[in-house]
Design a protein around this ligand. Structure first.
Ligand code: GLY
Length: 364
């Protein structure tokens, strides 16, 4: 078992990474002080695979109620949050309830947001079931919903009380869902772990095949980086922004396609290609490193093609993103493999040239 601690000014919690840890969830949570019951929050498709195992883990620990909801990205909305809060009231959940989020990024973001606002805040445990969620979204307390105007534009920071990442559960993901997480793993290599990047260059086929040895190496490594960054900058004042490598364009692609065309990691894949090319053209990143980053991203698999987005719409969405400040776009740009910087002075013309170049690449 590997265990990491996230230490922020508002919370201290463990991230447990272990095969089979899901079966211990009930026992781990039963040790929490003064809880009056657990409610498991998940989606029907995740529940089909892992619900029984999670429920079983609570059998000797007082049992648990469950609430299921649709985890399509397009349903990550206020109305889903309201619906769950109302079901919690009807289930008699009080301030000492523990919510347990079993699922991928959408389940985790919604459950976390429900936990942040239900009765002005209750505890949540994240049990991530996708690679994206295990290496990134379940850790760090970002919760929220999408608006038609943009991704994750309403939400709250609300740290989980515990994160249980069980790599065994990844084997029921579709190949596409799984690969979507591989792009986020590549992100960690580029932003802060050059050795992880080299490992991925050598061992990408093993990771793509979800070989246990590859997962057992990669997941804890990403968790360590994430825990460290969140501990140093909980509310994304500065350092945490580097986790948004590939997300400036990535989020815009998701919003422009109404959250239906791309999985999150796929949109980030395109976004990382764009940021890498911007960095190369600015002379910030050596052509050789840019080639290595792009080639690793492209080796991870075929990305869904880029849609035709009217110019005005793309810019409206890009400027409406949380990462822009006073209407100026911020890009996380690689300086070399393992180090990035934030740039706020990228000319619109360069973004458009790179976008046109990517659109050509997508047609090849
Ligand atoms: N997923 C980026 C962050 O947690 O900051």
């Amino acid at each position: 078992m590997q265990q990491f601690t996230v230490n922020t000014p508002t919370a201290h919690y463990a991230v447990i990474c272990q095969r089979g840890a899901l079966a211990r969830a009930g026992a781990l949570i039963s040790g929490f002080a003064e809880h009056t019951g657990c409610v498991l929050l998940s989606s029907p498709r995740v529940w089909r695979h892992w619900g029984a195992a999670l429920e079983r883990s609570f059998r000797e620990h007082g049992g648990a109620k469950k609430i299921l909801f649709d985890d399509a990205e397009s349903r990550k909305t206020f109305s889903t949050v309201e619906n769950i809060c109302r079901q919690l009231v009807r289930a008699g959940a009080d301030r000492r309830v523990v919510l347990v989020a079993l699922g991928g990024g959408v389940v985790g973001d919604i459950a976390g947001f429900v936990a942040a606002c239900y009765l002005r805040g209750v505890r949540v445990v994240q049990v991530p079931t996708t690679l994206v969620a295990q290496v990134d979204s379940a850790i760090g307390g970002k919760t929220g919903v999408n608006l038609p105007e943009g991704k994750n534009l309403a939400g709250a920071f609300h740290q989980p009380r515990l994160v249980i990442a069980d790599p065994k559960v990844l084997h029921t993901l579709s190949a596409r869902q799984y690969r979507s997480g591989v792009y986020e793993v590549i992100k960690y290599g580029v932003i802060s772990d050059g050795r992880l990047f080299e490992y991925l260059e050598d061992s990408l086929p093993q990771l793509l095949a979800a070989r246990p040895a590859a997962l057992d190496k990669v997941i804890p490594r990403c968790i360590r980086v994430k825990a460290d960054i969140v501990g140093r900058d909980e509310h994304e004042r500065d350092l945490r922004r580097i986790l948004n490598f590939g997300h400036t364009l990535g989020h815009a692609l998701e919003a422009a396609t109404n959250y239906r065309r791309f999985l999150h990691g796929e949109a980030v894949g395109w976004g990382m290609l764009a940021a890498t090319e911007i960095a190369r053209r600015r002379g910030l990143l050596a052509a050789r490193d840019a080639g290595r980053i792009s080639s690793l991203i492209l080796r991870a698999g075929r990305l869904p093609s880029l849609p035709r987005i009217p110019r005005d719409r793309l810019w409206r969405i890009l400027r409406g993103d949380k990462k822009s400040r006073a209407g100026k776009l911020h890009f996380v740009l690689p300086k070399r493999i393992g180090e990035v910087e934030i740039a706020a002075d990228i000319p619109d013309s360069l973004v458009e040239e790179v976008w046109a170049g990517l659109s050509n690449l997508a047609r090849e």
